[in-house]
Design a protein around this ligand. Structure first.
Ligand code: COA
Ligand code: ZN
Length: 327
């Protein structure tokens, strides 16, 4: 049974932004560029290459302009970057991004902690960024943090989430990403929220973004796709997390998610063996174990030799058969 047969999904890599922002070791610019160039060959729809945030807030990505200006852009891949304010948007234009990925949180507490602005202040700044993007003909996606819950406020009312989606939709952005910043989402919630969002704004491109903090990332991905979501953020090796969200941990791992979706018959366009190779390169850069399972386990149909005493076991069992079958 392949329920996903033929359905095209669009995979966005966020390891180089959501992932690297959380690493304690500064990844040298040369290594970032080399990794992005390798990822560009693997079938992604989009790569979030960096962020244009304050270098004090996110020192790991202080080389955003250089990264953007040195990568080899592959036709068909959208190179996006996270933008929190007008200063970030100006830097992103200098970096010749294909898209602004604006960020704000639907939780007032998380927005203050992460962006040092109230949600109203963020929205006002982002409205100016959207006007700038229109003049520069740059498409805009908005990543909404804490859509499925906030680690400081707890439950986030769905009405409030839709209020922010509606306000950005009114400004004619191209897409909205529903972010589960600290892995608080669960499948029935994901199904309900994604289905309602798609029904309310059929023309908007919605993306789902899950962290695997409570091991629900894969099942939430299935729930989102079954609700009709076709664009998914994920992070090679399962690295990632927001440094200003207490308890945050890594995103769903690209190689694990792509393997699952391919088993289910979805068309991801991704080169899975290439991903496993890139994950090995990533591990040498971050210098710690990755949380993804697939590089350790291999594909579902990876075959192992039977145990060493297998020939004896089989001989004895077959001999028993022969004795019992003797007339
Ligand atoms: N890029 C580079 N520098 C920036 C900047 C940007 N996007 N935005 C502000 N700055 C600089 C200002 O120029 C100013 O510099 P100065 O001290 O040399 O004069 C300084 O940062 C303070 O500016 P201010 O506007 O007061 O910013 P802030 O300190 O209130 O920080 C943000 C606001 C949004 C810039 C900051 O909180 C941030 O970058 N947050 C991102 C967090 C993040 O990425 N989290 C993970 C992703 S969810
Ligand atoms: Zn994230």
């Amino acid at each position: 049974m392949n329920p996903g047969h033929g359905t095209r999904l669009f995979i966005n890599e966020v390891a180089t932004r959501d992932g690297f922002q959380m690493e304690s070791r500064f990844i040298p610019t040369d290594d970032k560029v080399a990794l992005i160039d390798r990822l560009s060959t693997l079938g992604y729809a989009k790569i979030e290459a960096t962020s244009f945030t304050s270098p004090k807030a996110i020192p790991a990505l202080r080389d955003g302009e250089e990264v953007m200006n040195r990568i080899a852009r592959r036709p068909g891949v959208v190179y996006t970057a996270l933008v929190p304010n007008l200063r970030g948007a100006e830097r992103a234009l200098d970096g010749r991004v294909d898209e602004f990925n604006l960020v704000m949180s639907v939780s007032e507490t998380h927005n203050l902690a992460n962006l040092r602005m109230t949600r109203t202040q963020s929205f006002a700044q982002l409205a100016e960024v959207i006007a700038l993007a229109r003049r520069a003909a740059v498409p805009v996606n908005v990543s909404l943090s804490c859509v499925f819950g906030c680690p400081m406020e707890g439950e986030v009312p769905q009405d409030g989430v839709f209020g922010w989606i509606d306000r950005f939709a009114a400004l004619k952005v191209q897409g909205i990403t529903l972010c589960d910043t600290t892995g608080m989402a669960f499948p029935t919630q994901v199904q309900a929220l994604c289905a309602a969002a798609l029904a309310r704004h059929p023309a908007l491109g919605f993306t789902a973004h899950f962290h695997n903090t409570r091991a629900m990332g894969l099942v939430n991905t299935v729930a989102a796709v079954e609700a009709g979501i076709r664009r998914l953020d994920m992070s090679l090796g399962g690295i990632g997390g927001c440094p200003y969200a207490p308890g945050a941990s890594g995103n769903v791992a690209t190689e694990d998610v792509v393997h699952m979706l391919q088993c289910m018959g979805y068309d991801t366009g991704m080169d899975l063996d290439g991903l496993i190779g890139a994950a090995a390169q990533l591990q040498t850069l971050v210098q710690h174990e990755l949380s993804s399972q697939l590089p350790r386990a291999g594909h579902r149909l990876t075959r192992h030799a039977p145990p060493s005493e297998f020939a004896d076991i089989a001989d004895r069992a077959h001999a028993r058969d022969a004795r019992e079958l003797r007339p």
